[in-house]
Write a protein that binds this ligand. Structure first.
Ligand code: FES
Length: 152
């Protein structure tokens, strides 16, 4: 069972930069920042709901909807761009039939851009469910997705 939002807020609310810490902790616990969490965070931290919403929408890192079972992140930063990450991103969207920040209709995959996975020497880089993959060609991408499709 997930930890209640109010408890998460109280655990982080007195630290510097606490709103971001709280939002990160909520997303770690729930996989996203549920809309119901916003009034709780605002009340406990003595902020307006608009302030909390503003921060959530400013940082694309925070999800506002529950993600799919597998989170596929494609690096869009410079080193990967120079190794055809644009083509890989286009291929991934085509393969999964979704855009970035979207989830497949069956709830299986969510596609997200990231900006450097610290794997620049092995560009283009992809992270799938916390597992890092380097030198990912469109063919390798299809294999990785195919393996996950075969599992579930
Ligand atoms: S730029 Fe893609 S991993 Fe660093």
């Amino acid at each position: 069972m997930n930890k209640p939002i109010e408890q998460i807020v109280r655990e982080h609310a007195d630290r510097p930069g606490s709103l971001l810490l709280v939002l990160h902790a909520v997303q770690r616990e729930y996989g996203y920042v549920p809309p119901d969490a916003v009034p709780v965070i605002a009340d406990v931290m003595n902020l307006s709901r608009a302030e909390v919403h503003g921060v959530i929408s400013f940082y694309h890192f925070f999800r506002r909807r529950a993600p799919g079972r597998h989170i596929v992140q494609i690096c869009r930063a410079e080193a990967c761009q120079s190794m055809n990450a644009d083509a890989l991103a286009a291929h991934a969207q085509q393969r999964l039939q979704i855009g970035f920040h979207e989830t497949t209709a069956d709830g299986r995959f969510s596609l997200e851009p990231v900006y450097c996975l610290g794997n620049c020497a092995c560009s283009p880089a992809v992270m799938i469910d916390e597992e890092l993959h380097g030198r990912v060609s469109p063919g390798r991408f299809d294999e990785l997705i195919g393996e996950l499709e075969a599992e579930s």
